[in-house]
Design a protein around this ligand. Structure first.
Ligand SMILES: Cc1ncc(COP(=O)(O)O)c(C=O)c1O
Length: 499
């Protein structure tokens, strides 16, 4: 008998991890059942090609009706639990003083032990408030981070600040066996602080589950060290907890400092280490919203005025009270190992199946989704032909699955207009929580295996409309040859009349 996911010595076991198989190969097993479903449609490949061309080669501009498997993001599209849906029915609808807000505040306090809560309509709205409060429009105002997220950096630079990224060198290697590739390089933190001067550092930000470099986690040891450094140097330590649930899973199974501990004990420690925690509840709370939390009244006070100015009153912050209720439950559920292990084990299985076929992926597999290495998948495309964007378009044509480019297209140009080439060219196929099944993954693996065989056919993209800010969201591109036609012809040759 075999068991795919043997409980590590760190882990307090879980139902799924204890399941052994008699004759089948072990598979990740969903520990939930679907009770409301949405019908899917897989259009013929010719229609898929027409749809992506109509969307300017940009998967963000596709319409959902043309998509079979939407693996763009897990943001706001995770499946909600029955308890979340039930909680929405008791939403306390009032402009000010809503009880729903206090229930969310209680859930946040239970998670992080923090007293003050500022609601915001989503993660980037929280980032906007942070940037308004702490980024100074002076030449050297710098936010130091393990790695940037697109909206975080765009908001900081929009308000005149700079961003420095100092993830450990392993973090920028596509393939590594480092368990915490999202950790910050502490030596560089010390060097940069000495170089820039603490007075010019707006804050030090650690992002859990680093989004742009493969959903790689941060260790508790790193958080402790960064916290100590910040407090010794009078720096503000900001923690982006948007992707904390996956990070928490990796801490529980990989981090000796978390061995045998309850998840809530780990999150409460994080709450003590950071000065400010913020999150996209579209991710962490499995509903739609965001928030900033802190234990320090002075910091709360510095940020508070921006909530009514940009978001809404202090007890809803631009969120619907129904969503606030769902977030409160979602945060409690993010402390359940059986809930948070689902995405990482599906990503691991997805990755295992692709690696078995020799398809290049980020290793170790992280959270959030499967990350294909587009540089290795399409080595004939230089970075100025946007290999990760081209791969996203090709995967949509081949499989009807929509992923997100996480490479040069997602970068901003340098102030002089030149391209800033991304460290990694990744195509992310996100796995929204509890939405897709193993057969969906198996189907995508099959189509990716076909695309891998036919990779030479895939050509590049070029911008025809390129917005200055966050160009990947709504910029339009075209193929730089007739490669999509040739891809469709090859598909028809190999699959006949198949969808
Ligand atoms: C790490 C991280 N921070 C911030 C955000 C922004 O959150 P939102 O999409 O809710 O604005 C995201 C969203 O993907 C994220 O992954």
């Amino acid at each position: 008998m075999t068991c795919l996911y043997s409980p590590s010595q760190n882990q307090r076991g879980s139902t799924m991890q204890s399941i052994r198989y008699f004759s089948s190969d072990p598979v990740p097993l969903e520990m939930h059942k679907a009770r409301t479903v949405q019908k899917l449609n897989l259009a013929p490949i010719e229609d898929r090609k027409a749809a992506i061309e109509g969307a300017g080669g940009n998967t963000f501009l596709l319409r959902n009706k043309d998509i079979f498997l939407d693996m763009l993001s897990d943001s706001g599209v995770n499946a909600m639990s029955d308890l979340q849906v039930a909680a929405m029915a008791r939403a306390d609808d009032s402009y000010a003083g809503s009880e729903s807000f206090f229930r969310m505040a209680e859930a946040v306090e239970n998670m992080f032990g923090t007293r003050y809560l500022l609601p915001a309509h989503q993660g980037r709205a929280a980032e906007h408030i942070l940037a308004q409060a702490f980024v100074k429009p002076k030449p050297d105002s710098t936010a130091i981070m393990n790695y940037h997220f697109t909206t975080t950096k765009a908001l900081i630079t929009f308000l005149g600040g700079k961003v420095e990224e100092i993830v450990i060198p392993e973090g920028l290697k596509v393939n590594s066996d480092h368990p915490f590739k999202g950790d910050m390089d502490l030596e560089k933190l010390a060097e940069l602080t000495a170089e820039i001067g603490p007075e010019n550092i707006s804050f030090v930000r650690i992002e859990a589950g680093t989004n742009l470099i493969g959903g790689q986690p941060v260790s508790l040891g790193c958080l402790r060290a960064v916290s100590e450094f910040c407090h010794n140097h009078g720096l503000l330590f900001v923690f982006d907890a948007s992707l904390l649930s996956d990070n928490l899973y990796f801490m529980a199974v990989r981090d000796p400092l978390c061995a045998g501990r309850e998840l809530v004990d780990i999150t409460q420690e994080i709450g003590q280490l950071a000065d400010i925690i913020y999150f996209s509840a579209r991710k962490l709370g499995c509903a739609r919203g965001g928030a900033i939390t802190t234990n320090r009244f002075d910091l709360y006070d510095q940020m508070r005025e921006f909530v009514p100015l940009f978001e809404g009153f202090l007890t809803y912050g631009g969120m619907s009270v129904r969503e606030i209720e769902a977030i409160a439950v979602g945060l409690n559920e993010a402390l359940d190992f059986e809930v948070i292990n689902q995405t990482p084990i599906f990503v691991a299985e997805f990755s295992r199946q692709l690696q078995a076929r020799g398809i290049p992926v980020v290793t170790p597999p992280g959270g959030l989704g499967l990350h294909l290495d587009a540089k290795a998948f399409l080595p004939h495309l230089s970075q100025d032909r946007y290999p990760a964007g081209a791969l996203a378009a090709a995967v949509f044509v081949a499989a009807g699955a929509r992923g997100m480019e996480r490479g040069t297209m997602s970068e901003q140009r340098e102030p002089d207009g030149s391209e800033r080439f991304a460290e990694m060219e990744l195509l992310r196929l996100a796995i929204p929580k509890r939405v897709y099944t193993l057969s969906h993954i198996t189907y995508v693996v099959d189509r990716l295996a076909w695309l891998w065989e036919n990779r030479d056919l895939v050509g590049g993209l070029r911008y025809v409309e390129e917005p200055e800010v966050l160009r990947f969201f709504f910029g339009r591109l075209e193929s730089d040859s007739d490669w999509m036609d040739r891809l469709v012809a090859a598909f028809r040759r190999d699959f006949g009349g198949s969808l």
